[in-house]
Write a protein that binds this ligand. Structure first.
Ligand SMILES: Cc1cc2nc3c(=O)[nH]c(=O)nc-3n(C[C@H](O)[C@H](O)[C@H](O)COP(=O)(O)O)c2cc1C
Length: 172
């Protein structure tokens, strides 16, 4: 696990190749193994691999989503807010599980934030996606995890760059 954590970086450029079916199965299993509060598992994961839909997802917000159009897969991380008051935490955990699973499979990924982001002056990015993907109103959207075979490589962050002052013992 520490090797995966050391290597993982946000990858926003992808090769124009599909993810093989075995890797896809691992991604699904990993997501469904995510822990959630009280084991309620309020999430829904929408796997988007259609080019046109990926393009439309990449337009969910003005900045920070463009790379989705070139991804082989976008996992739209949603949850039923009526099932859990901590759906944001549950979705966040699932999203990072997806990123770490992708890394373990040699895939690149990047998080695109949707919750609390705007599509336009009139519409939230979340509403835009709810309409685009025909999501029922109770399904909230946290983020989109774009995944694909990397077309860029980034150096791991050196251990010396980590800010160990963030960690305090016993009292702050
Ligand atoms: C909660 C969260 C929201 C993020 N939102 C976006 C986003 O909307 N667009 C984007 O390009 N990257 C987004 N990122 C990726 C971060 O920019 C990235 O993880 C951070 O700069 C550290 O770089 P690294 O992932 O390569 O270590 C997000 C990451 C997190 C954890």
């Amino acid at each position: 696990m520490i090797e995966i954590l050391r290597k993982r970086r946000s990858i926003r450029r992808y090769q124009a190749k599909a993810i093989d079916s075995q890797a896809l199965e691992v991604m699904k299993e990993a997501l469904l193994r995510s822990p959630s509060s009280r084991g309620i598992n309020p999430w829904a994961f929408i796997f988007v691999d259609q080019k046109e839909l990926l393009l439309q997802l990449s337009r969910a917000k003005e900045q920070g989503a463009q790379f989705i159009k070139d991804a082989a897969l976008a996992v739209v991380v949603c949850a039923d807010e009526t099932k859990s008051d901590v759906w944001v935490e549950d979705c966040s955990i699932a999203a990072i599980v997806a990123q770490l699973a992708a890394e373990s499979l040699g895939l690149g990924s990047c998080w695109s934030q949707i919750r609390e982001r705007a599509h336009s002056k009139e519409k939230s990015a979340e509403k835009y996606i709810q309409e685009l993907l025909h999501l029922p109103g109770n399904l909230r959207v946290l983020s989109i995890i774009a995944i694909g075979i990397p077309a860029e490589s980034k150096a791991p962050i050196a251990k010396e760059q980590l800010d160990y002052t963030k960690i305090q013992y016993n009292r702050y």
